[in-house]
Design a protein around this ligand. Sequence first.
Ligand SMILES: Nc1ncnc2c1ncn2[C@@H]1O[C@H](COP(=O)(O)OP(=O)(O)OP(=O)(O)O)[C@@H](O)[C@H]1O
Length: 841
Amino acid sequence: MEDTIRSGRHDLNLASRKAEEAAWRRFEATQWLDSLVGPLGISTQPSEREFISCLGNGLVLCNAINKIQPGSIPKVVESNAPSQFLTWDSQPLPAYQYFENVRNFLVAVEELKLPTFEASDLERDNLEVGSSAKVVDCILALRGYHDWKQLSGGNGFFKPPRSPLVMHSANRVHSRASEAIFSDTCQQSDMSKACDDIPLTESGVQKHEDLIAKAIVECMIDRKENIDNNLIASFRSGNLDLGKLFGNIMSTCLEEQLQNKFPELKSIFKDLLGGGSSLAHPISPPPLEPLENLSIRNPKCCRACLKKGSCNHWYLFQVQEKELSNLKELLSRTKREFKDLQSQLQSDLKHLGSRVQEMSTAALGYHKVVKQNRDLYNMVQDLKGNIRVYCRIRPAFSAEARNVIDFIGEDGSLVVLDPLKPQKDGRKVFQFNHVFGQTATQDEIFKDTQPVIRSVMDGYNVCIFAYGQTGSGKTHTMVSKLEIRSCTSENGLSIPDASMHYVESTNDVLSLMKRGDLNRVGKDVSGSILRDCLHLVDLAGSERVEKSNTLKFAQRVSTVELGVSHMNKESSEVIELKQQIESLKKALANKEARTVQPTKPKEPRSPFEKPPHAMTERTPPHSRRLSIENSNKTEMKRAINSDPVQIKPSETVSNLLPSEAVLVQKYTQFQDPEAATKPYGHVTNGVSMIDIYCQRAPRSPILQPKTPEPPKLVRNEVHIMMHGESNFSTEPRTPGLTSNANGKGSHIRKSLRTIGKLITGSEKRNQQKKVEASPVNGMRKIHDARSPVLSNASPLTGVVQTSDRRSSLGGKSTDSCTNETRNSKTPPPVHISAKATNQWM
Ligand SMILES: Nc1ncnc2c1ncn2[C@@H]1O[C@H](COP(=O)(O)OP(=O)(O)OP(=O)(O)O)[C@@H](O)[C@H]1O
């Protein structure tokens, strides 16, 4: 009895579970149809009757399959009533009308190899409990097909889900096989899943599957002890995938026995192991989708999924595999390229090194050649002579002016005619380096001067000074060496050949200045320094044209020999030693100064100033226009002390040359018309004036014609440019100048010596520091000294160009007069700027 009751309960439970399962499946089918073809008009959990009645006319089913597989049923028989008025309990159409729909649907489903049902299953009259199950299975299979199609795009093979009953049966067989394989070896791998996922491709899938299961079970049970444990170990460690494991087992266990027993399995195994295809629908992996379109739908899929491509892991795996191979290729390519670049770099560096080597060799050669060139060039300059005298004739300003130029030779000869004298006596011949006629242009003049400018660059001191009568063109010749155009509103000061540079910051300006500085002062490769000076001296005019130099003076100047010139090249060691000497000298001077205690405060005196009692002997202030030759030397000194020469800083042109400062200055001369007969009276006052400086600097090195060069005497190159005029009037020469060559030469040498002193550097600079209130600062120009003769007849002017290459000619000449020697009637000195004085000194 109890058994009966228990059995009854069991049956009841079973029936209840089956009913629940059937209801659940109906619900799923209804839901899906509802979402696919629109509202069915039944509840979401329909009864069997309700469900069958809804599908009875075949309309819903036809529409559904047409949506999944468009065109599957070309002609669907529609109901006469509007669909919205149709309900599941509406009067059915005549059987012949809807039968066609259901038939067409079943044909279409069959074509898709999906589970079907009988048309009678949709008849409400024949409805039995559970008879809708096949219809539900068909609809859910259709849903699976729909899902698969959406996922794969219709490529590949769709495996329809099996009914729960069939699945249960298969699982039982598979689990038996799994147990058979792994039970003895305690292997827990999911063989059942693998087998479950083996793709079956024909309508006889079930048959094959059963056959395989049976074969495996039989074979494994028989040969389980023969399974190679190594295979299992490899599988567990991941070195062997499931497919290979299966293949190996098959090959070892089934090869002979099983294949003899079941020859038809041979081709199936071959397919399963990837060896070929006897299947009706071979497995071909769907094309790769973009990664972002992929999603993992079944995270529990196994390796077999990858193998057969039934889930997205397959695509992901393929994508990643592809990416990995791309990356590997990229890596190897990059490595290759890197290697290539490395070798290219090596060869480039090698090439560069050899080029640098070549360039340095060439640079050394270049320096050598440049040095040779410079030496040869300056040798030529030396051969030409250290003193060069040029004569330039100014054009006449008035038509009435007498023309005294008789002949100008190419070789520098000049014949001057005195119209007042008989023809024979009236001709005077002079010889210069070159004579520039009235039509000579500035360019021609400068061209001849260019070589000495280059000497400046090579380390030689050069002095160019203009000498001649007032108005004869000294300034015109000297000052026009560069055209500095006036300021324009746009660019400011305009200098020809100067370049403009755009600056944006202070640093830009500083770096430009640094560049300019480097150009201005340069060291050669050995570290030696070239020091040189270019002095441009525009002397004041000579007013003694009726008495005296110009042409004769110039001619004699050219006969002076100054010895060999030397480049002012100081090696670094010499520079260092000189600095030491300087500092020692300073220290000594300081020490001496401390030991001497002055009795009373006194203004600084120059080394040449006279004691106080000498002031009484000085010439009164009226002698501002003093001739240096009008009295004895004492008088001359007095005159100079009271009326010092003014140095007029006319222009400083620092941008002409990249050497030291280039100075253009103009002297005012002293003159005395009464002094024509005095010794040296014929000499131009400006030069005579300088001669006085020389007398006041007894310690200056003596320069004698044709005497050996003193040790310290370097090269002194003097260029004298004489300025003459076509209406030049010759005057009787003083005996001193015309008859006594030695005496005249001596005088000229003295003059030049003084000029040398004036343009010499270090000694005078030191002296200047000692006598800051020295007469040089008080020099002034006298403007009222033009004689009527000079203003009518254009004077003969000498432009003396002195190139003094580190001359040691000069003495300490800057103290020509002091405050103490200037009496109260002397006009106050006109102080020039300290800068100008320093430049001059
Ligand atoms: N070669 C020349 N061609 C044209 N004009 C000239 C020439 N030489 C001089 N002059 C003119 O003669 C005038 C006087 O020249 P400059 O002032 O140069 O003479 P200077 O010798 O310097 O006179 P000073 O002794 O008074 O200083 C100027 O107007 C100048 O332009």
